[in-house]
Design a protein around this ligand. Structure first.
Ligand code: HEM
Length: 115
């Protein structure tokens, strides 16, 4: 168990998380049409910005979720898998921040996008 300290750590987190997402019975269909080779580096940039203060992510990621047909169960599963992956490899302040921030963003998305 280690702290999240480098972009390599974020890549491990994101890659392992997406391996779970694309196999999950409830949420895999959201990712079926995505080009992961293009998508994953953007997600790594996003988390590197939040966790490591690495510049580079500038898109409006919130809006990318507006057209998806998201529901409460999907958010709960997404979050469960994300937190589980953080805990699988990492401990410490940045690991806590990743879980805290994902919970907050998911909650914000829920209130914005679920009718
Ligand atoms: C039910 C929950 C979620 C599902 C099913 C989901 C699904 C997706 C999909 C399909 C995309 C690609 C959109 C596109 O390129 O058109 C995407 C992008 C993204 N999502 Fe999510 N998402 C969820 C929640 C979250 C949460 C809570 C966060 C952040 C904590 C997040 C972070 C991102 C980021 C950073 C991108 C990349 C945006 C970009 O291309 O710049 N997602 N998501």
């Amino acid at each position: 168990m280690k702290e999240i300290e480098s972009i390599g750590d974020v890549e491990l987190l994101v890659d392992t998380f997406y391996q779970k997402l694309v196999k999950d019975d409830l949420v895999s269909h959201f990712f079926a049409e995505l080009n992961l080779k293009e998508h994953l580096p953007r997600v790594v940039q996003f988390w590197s910005f939040i966790l490591l203060d690495e510049a580079g992510y500038s898109a409006n990621m919130m809006e990318k979720h507006a057209r998806l047909d998201l529901n409460e169960e999907s958010f709960d599963r997404w979050l469960k898998l994300f937190h589980e992956t953080v805990d699988q490899f990492f401990v410490g302040e940045k690991a806590d921040l990743a879980k805290q921030r994902s919970t907050l963003i998911a909650w914000t998305m829920k209130t914005k996008f679920i009718k």
